[in-house]
Design a protein around this ligand. Structure first.
Ligand SMILES: [Zn+2]
Ligand SMILES: [Zn+2]
Length: 314
């Protein structure tokens, strides 16, 4: 019976894209069924009958129905929010963060791009470089970075790079919450490890004016929304960039350290004194920028500095 009704729906459907059809059905169900847990494709009933039948309550008139409805438990997601979510997904369907192809709701990348998104698994605890064994890497043993811990979610390259470039330089700020899904576990991990204040790597005011947003702050806020209830205080103004440094591009590590030396300052030392600060950036390359931020924070009295980046060059 279910099969035949599906066939009927398929024949009657004017949607070429099955995803659009499901979105339409969800939207339609919001108008018909007062409970969001009611799946689409149910017979269309007047709303009071739908409530009473589905909840096993006696079907009564609208006056009684209002009274019953008040006694029903409130759904986890308010119906109004769900309605707007359905309308938004109908008007702005989900797209791949890297190539802009249509994707199913809730997915960051299309199947082809997803194959090239590589999570960083086991890594050096102080520079987040992937390692196939435990302990620090050779570089950190020779020249330790001033981090209590370093974490990165993804390897920089392929679809991850495309998504980051579209977000930072293409102005597609809606990509931040999508990528924050990969970053949120790192935020929870940092909280577990004792971080009590998060600072995004600041942009120089002139670059902030040109770009219009700080991508590290966008990432941090989006990830924090996802990882509640483990709230972490965010300070946007504890750190400041006092020198408008040029893009580091493909500069060698020593040159990178020279460029960023003295480029940061702590604006409010009292806000970081005695705190374990988590410094957040979108990309970690050699760690020179994050190390300079850590140096000034430790100088200003921070108890420890950990760093976290969405992507890391490997
Ligand atoms: Zn794609
Ligand atoms: Zn290392």
């Amino acid at each position: 019976m279910a099969g035949s009704s599906q066939t009927w729906w398929r024949r009657a459907s004017c949607f070429a894209d099955p995803a659009a059809e499901i979105r339409f059905a969800l939207l339609f169900s919001c108008f018909v069924a007062p409970d969001p847990s009611v799946p689409p494709f149910l017979p269309v009933l007047p709303s009071h009958l739908a409530v009473n039948t589905l909840k096993g309550l006696p079907a009564q008139g609208s006056h009684h129905n209002r009274r019953w409805r008040k006694q029903l438990p409130r759904p986890a997601i308010p119906q109004r929010v769900m309605l707007w979510t359905c309308i938004a997904s109908l008007l702005w369907p989900a797209r791949c963060a890297a190539c802009n192809a249509f994707v199913p709701e809730g997915r960051a990348f299309c199947e082809a791009c997803d194959l090239t998104v590589l999570p960083i698994g086991r890594a050096c605890p102080t520079c987040a470089m992937p390692l196939d064994r435990g302990g620090a890497c050779r570089g950190c043993r020779q020249r330790p970075l001033p981090f209590a811990a370093a974490h990165a979610a993804l390897a920089y390259g392929a679809a991850t790079t495309s998504a980051l470039l579209r977000w930072k330089h293409g102005g597609h700020r809606h990509i931040a919450p999508v990528l924050a899904a990969y970053f949120a576990p790192l935020l929870a991990l940092a909280v577990e490890q004792g971080a009590d204040l998060a600072c995004p790597v600041p942009l120089h005011p002139s670059r902030l004016r040109r770009r219009g947003f700080n991508q590290a702050l966008d990432l941090l806020r989006s990830a924090q929304r996802r990882s509640r209830p483990c709230d972490l205080a965010i300070s946007c103004d504890a750190l400041e960039r006092t020198v408008d440094t040029p893009a580091l591009g493909h500069e060698p590590p020593r040159r990178r350290r020279e460029i960023v030396a003295g480029a940061f300052a702590v604006r409010c030392p009292e806000s970081v004194a005695g705190k374990h600060v988590l410094v957040v950036d979108d990309v970690m390359t050699t760690g020179a920028t994050l190390a300079e931020c850590a140096r000034v924070l430790l100088q200003a009295g921070a108890r420890a500095v950990s760093v976290a980046a969405l992507a890391r060059t490997v």
